[in-house]
Design a protein around this ligand. Structure first.
Ligand SMILES: [Zn+2]
Length: 353
């Protein structure tokens, strides 16, 4: 058993190493709009350089998924559409102009889905795992959307549920996870979504009043940050993670999208890489305290600050402080988020049991 290996120089058992799912093919995979595909490639390549000499990491090679794995959360019509698009000899769009298709993309999709399934398999041995190329949270049961041909996070959530695990989802990204909300709105699964919101910003979902239904009643939290929010507002939003402690999950699934960084090409939030480190540290502390496993994803990120933000997050996930930038503040927006979080925390006690 991997977990009985004695403590190494970092004072960690093998089970406490951070698992990173990695395949060199990740360097050349992006489902983003052609205008920003190069930025997407660059962020993954640069991230790999940043972690190349990092201690305390175990690299995990992903296995390929198969079509049945996609059927866990997707309609067969979507899979047929992807198969057909992948066989076309040209580059085009799967939707109305965001999500690209290209020759042979199906292989890449199965690698992405397989990365999630491999991470779940290795979570038997490792407490915390990160998938840099993952977190495609917009795709719905039937449709690709927002650079996401499939929804790999949904595959993780569904698989964990089928094994009787108790799951909390923390989705932090500039964009609301509409696909996940739609698929798991009625499910007994804690969902904390932190994203940029003004009612118009893509994908326009994320209404504060959407609190879940049926088994999922009271378990859906849409923490919409005003556009342009800074690190201080993000810190307020992270107070929501207190609910994870009360919910006591066996698994914490984290989408740590870094497209809220101030340098991001999609211009939404005004965060620095510091925010992602604090997120990682909080998740690290929660997973230790609750003895919950962590499966985490790189999410979105389309600017020069993306890779350092990803690196900052995984530092936090290893329990390490890493604040490489001067933090940002906006007192007015912070107050707005503070009030929203207070309301959520006050009204949450009903449903976390
Ligand atoms: Zn995003």
């Amino acid at each position: 058993m991997i977990t009985i290996i004695p403590k190494g120089k970092l004072g960690l058992t093998a089970g406490e190493l951070l698992g990173i799912v990695w395949d060199d093919r990740f360097r050349d995979i992006s489902f983003s709009h052609p205008m920003i595909r190069d930025v997407s490639f660059e962020r993954i390549r640069r991230f790999k350089e940043l972690i190349s000499n990092e201690d305390g990491i175990m690299f995990i090679k992903p296995e390929m998924a198969n079509f049945e794995d996609l059927l866990l959360v997707h309609d067969v019509t979507l899979i047929e559409k992807l198969r057909e698009a992948s066989s076309l000899p040209f580059v085009g769009f799967l939707d109305e102009g965001d999500t690209v298709h290209y020759p042979g993309m199906l292989e890449d999709i199965l690698l992405v889905a397989g990365s999630t399934l491999t991470a779940l398999k290795f979570s038997r041995y490792l407490a915390r795992i990160y998938i840099p190329l993952g977190g495609f949270h917009h795709a719905t049961r039937t449709s690709p959307m927002g650079f996401c041909p499939i929804n790999d996070v949904a595959i993780a959530l569904k698989t964990l549920q089928s094994k009787g695990e108790r799951v909390a989802l923390i989705d932090v990204d500039a964009h609301h996870p509409n696909g996940l909300e739609e698929m798991f709105y009625n499910e007994k699964l804690l969902k904390i979504n932190v994203f940029a919101y003004d009612g118009e910003f893509f994908p326009r979902t994320g209404d504060v009043k959407r609190r879940g239904e049926g088994e999922g009643f009271g378990l859906n939290f849409n923490v919409g940050l005003p556009l342009g929010s800074s690190d201080d507002a993000f810190m307020e939003a992270l107070r929501m993670l207190e609910l994870v402690r009360h919910f006591k999950p066996t698994y914490i699934v984290v989408v740590a999208g870094v497209d809220g960084h101030m340098d991001d090409g999609l211009k939404s939030l005004n965060l620095t890489a510091n925010s992602y480190n604090l997120l990682g540290q909080k998740v690290f502390a929660l997973s230790r305290e609750l003895e919950a496993k962590v499966i985490s994803y790189g999410g979105g990120g389309y600017g020069p600050g993306s890779s350092i933000s990803m690196y900052s997050f995984i530092k936090g996930l290893k329990g390490q402080r890493f604040l490489p930038e001067k933090g940002t503040e906006d007192r007015e927006k912070r107050e707005i988020v503070k009030k929203l979080v207070n309301l959520f925390l006050e009204s949450s006690s009903c449903c976390l049991k």
